[in-house]
Ligand binder design. Structure first.
Ligand SMILES: Cc1cc2nc3c(=O)[nH]c(=O)nc-3n(C[C@H](O)[C@H](O)[C@H](O)COP(=O)(O)OP(=O)(O)OC[C@H]3O[C@@H](n4cnc5c(N)ncnc54)[C@H](O)[C@@H]3O)c2cc1C
Length: 451
């Protein structure tokens, strides 16, 4: 009899355990820059949040992989991308303060993340209208050379008659380091008491009886489990379309992952050692750079090697290509043409800087394929999802289609996503303008325009 009572107690406990299965408040899927920023912003608001990431704690692939991204502010009047960059800097300062709170020493600084450096923009004379529009009433500090004489005088640059140069100067414009930023965001999330589960790949996502059922495979052990959540933020980068196939299938049409290549070049050591310190300083302070031409060559210093030689990262924003198999694209090698293009454009820039470097002085260190996801207008989405073409689902937010501009605004995208999922209001003009450019009204129109 006693055994029978014991068994029935155990059985009833087991049943009650199943029926009172924990329901998370908010689950964020994807621990790249966007998901980490969103989970941090939610943590800052004192929310309970669980961040799921399919990779290990060391981030090795995804759109945020690497140690440098251009962080730039210059834009026309009331530009949402300037607002996003400036807001992200403000939010990052808040993160740094929080991480240092209660520590005996100052362990974290903005300089761990940002390298302040002038940002150089090269235009052709045919873009004069764009340049005038950009500089009209410009509040950010800049210098502008509209002729080759001015370029020589202001920047010691040698340019042709058909070229113009703008340089932007502002604290924390230059480059930012995504690897360090992600690490600090994760520290902040954990310090606030929230959880990050690594090696957790979401394999299925459905809403049943008002609750999200999230099926997960542990990528290390292969074990499966299901968790429940009241709300979800999806920030799976190029994988957003696949992740959301049951919840919001239209994202497969609205966001397309594209392959890009990155080359990493160094000036050979014997040649670099021959440069004067003036030349080296000119080189270092002339990165990052973007040629605003049809390919958009951009380049930045990824890091300095042990003998202080800069590792130059080179890419072409419009040299993106279609992807056949997303999981396989990361391992694709660069073509000879891509490497040649990288060297050729780098030499062209070094020549403009009046540095005595030719193609054979450049060493190709490595290169890899990477992916970013693109919307038709190239403006990202930070939006609630839409049901039945017109109804807003306030329990689900997507952060995606970040293109090649997401990193500089990371924490601002995270802030907007956190505000959306919590239904928090912010009436400031630029916030509203940005939120509406990224948000649900546009998404609704885009869905209606799908063939
Ligand atoms: C080559 C290149 C150059 C760029 N240059 C610049 C620049 O100079 N300036 C700038 O501002 N921006 C730049 N960007 C853009 C910026 O890096 C991206 O916008 C940003 O990193 C996107 O972050 P994300 O979090 O959306 O995506 P990701 O970093 O891809 O993060 C998504 C995460 O979700 C995880 N995930 C996916 N599916 C699942 C799943 N099913 N379960 C669990 N986890 C999952 C992935 O592992 C990944 O960690 C560049 C991007 C690229 C690719």
């Amino acid at each position: 009899m006693r055994n029978l009572i014991l068994i029935s107690v155990i059985v009833s406990k087991l049943i009650s355990c199943q029926t009172s299965e924990k329901i998370e408040d908010i689950v964020v899927i994807g621990g790249g820059l966007m998901g980490s920023s969103t989970a941090w912003e939610l943590s800052k608001y004192g929310q309970n949040v669980l961040l799921l990431e399919q990779q290990d704690s060391i981030y090795t692939s995804g759109s945020s992989f690497g140690e440098a991204r251009i962080s730039r502010s210059l834009g026309p009047k009331e530009d949402i991308f300037s607002f996003l960059q400036q807001t992200s800097i403000k939010e990052t300062k808040g993160l740094i303060e929080y991480l240092n709170e209660g520590e005996r020493d100052v362990l974290h600084s903005m300089e761990d993340i940002y390298r302040t450096s002038p940002v150089t923009y090269i235009y052709s004379k045919s873009q004069l209208n764009d340049v005038e529009n950009l500089l009209d009433g410009q509040l950010d500090k800049y210098e502008y050379a509209s002729t080759k004489e001015e370029a020589e005088e202001k920047f010691e640059m040698k340019i042709s008659d058909t070229t113009m140069v703008i340089r932007e100067y502002k604290q924390y414009t230059g480059t930012l380091n995504p690897k360090v930023l992600i690490k600090k965001l994760h520290l902040g999330i954990r310090k606030s008491g929230n959880r990050i589960d690594y090696n957790q790949k979401v394999t299925s996502l459905k809403k049943e009886d008002g609750v999200y059922k999230i099926k997960i495979t542990d990528t290390k052990t292969g074990t499966n489990k299901t968790i429940l959540s009241k709300k979800v933020v999806a920030a799976a980068g190029p994988y957003n379309g696949i992740l959301m196939k049951d919840i919001a299938p239209y994202f497969r049409d609205l966001i397309s992952p594209k392959r890009l290549f990155l080359s990493f070049l160094k000036i050979k050591s014997d040649k670099y050692d021959m440069l004067t310190s003036d030349q080296k300083n000119r080189l270092i302070s002339s990165y990052p750079v973007a040629y605003l031409n049809s390919e958009i060559f951009y380049s930045m210093i990824e890091k300095f090697d042990s003998d202080q030689r800069p590792l130059l990262k080179v890419g072409g924003h419009f040299l993106r290509t279609e992807i056949k198999e997303l999981d396989e694209v990361w391992a694709m090698k660069l073509t000879e043409q891509e490497i040649h293009w990288s060297k050729e454009n780098t030499v062209d820039y070094l020549k403009k800087l009046d540095l005595p470097i030719i193609a054979s002085d450049l060493e190709y260190v490595k290169g890899y394929s990477c992916v970013y996801s693109l919307t038709e207008s190239e403006v990202p989405y930070v939006s609630n999802i839409i049901k039945n073409k017109v109804d807003i689902d306030s329990s689900y937010v997507l952060v995606g289609g970040m293109s090649g501009i997401g990193a500089k605004g990371s924490l601002a995208y995270g802030l907007i996503a956190a505000d959306l999922i919590l239904d928090k209001k912010n009436d400031s003009f630029m916030y509203q303008k940005t939120k509406s450019a990224l948000g649900s009204e546009r998404l609704m129109k885009d869905i209606q325009n799908i063939d």
